[in-house]
Structures are given as C-alpha cells and as structure tokens.
Design a protein. Structure first.
Length: 161
C-alpha cells in the first residue's frame, strides 16, 4: 500500500484500509454540498480549488451552482502558488473546495494567505473528512466521513492503486 505524506512523498510504512469511491459517490457528495449551500443561503461568487484533488469536484460544483469563476491554488513546501488574477477575489463570497481533509494543513495555509486579500465571505467544503484527533481546521461542511485508519481512493486516482 502506498500513501502520500503532506509533502507528496510516498510513504511505504503505513498500512490502512482502502475505501474506493465510485463516480456515483462523488456526484452524490457534490449534490450534498450544493444542498448544504442552499440550506444556509450561501451563493458563492467564486470557487477556490485546491490543486489537484479539488479540481474535479470544483468543476462539478461550478455547473450546479452556475458559477464560472474557478481559481486554482497549489499549496506545497514552497508556499502558495496562486492565479495571476487573484485580486478579482476582493469583496467576493467564495467557497474553498478540496476532495479530502484530515488535519487541515493545506487549508490552514490557504486561509492564512487569503487574509492578505479582501475576500468577503468564505466557506470550506470537502467531499470527505477523515477522522482526526487534533485537527488544525474543521471544514464548514463535508459530505462524508471516514475513519482515521481508512484511506479514500477517488475515481480519478484509482489507476495509481
């Protein structure tokens, strides 16, 4: 079993139970996120996606929410790589979308970075939340939960497993 640590390195020492998600699961999770946003009357102007796990869910949500503005952010050892037109996020309501969250390291770094801009309102949304004893960040909404000993395998990753 191969897992990735935060820096994207392969970790051969960890064994866990794989949870293989199907495309139908992903669609149901994306629809659950849409229903959540509707229930709290949150209409985002823009979507911030976490590269690369958040790209597909963000695209799916953009169609459901009729929001064409998607901003792709990459978070890694070198910091935050952001789009050239980042200033267009000023005074906008945004959702931040990723496929999974455990401790929330990447999202914490992104939120700290976004404090330099005048984003009006933010909601953090994930398809899956992994149980964690001491999270740095808890999302506004996650469509599904998995146990800490489980590893979610998304349909777009399945060729790697």
């Amino acid at each position: 079993m191969l897992l990735h640590n935060y820096e994207g390195q392969r970790d051969y020492s960890v064994t866990t139970n794989k949870v293989f998600l199907e495309w139908s699961d992903i669609m149901a999770y994306v629809q659950a996120i849409q229903k959540y946003l509707t229930s709290i009357s949150f209409e985002p102007d823009s979507i911030i996606t976490i590269h690369k796990g958040g790209l597909i869910p963000s695209a799916m949500l953009s169609y459901l929410l009729k929001t064409s503005e998607i901003y792709d952010f990459k978070i890694g050892e070198g910091g935050v790589v952001y789009p050239k037109d980042i200033l267009q996020l000023n005074m906008k309501k945004v959702i931040i979308v990723d496929n999974i969250i455990e401790r929330g390291e990447k999202l914490s770094v992104l939120l700290e970075f976004l404090r330099n801009f005048s984003v009006q309102q933010t909601s953090i949304l994930t398809l899956v939340q992994k149980e964690c004893e001491s999270p740095l960040l808890t999302p506004s909404f996650s469509a599904s939960m998995i146990k800490k000993e489980e590893w979610a395998v998304f349909p777009w990753e399945s060729l790697d497993y």
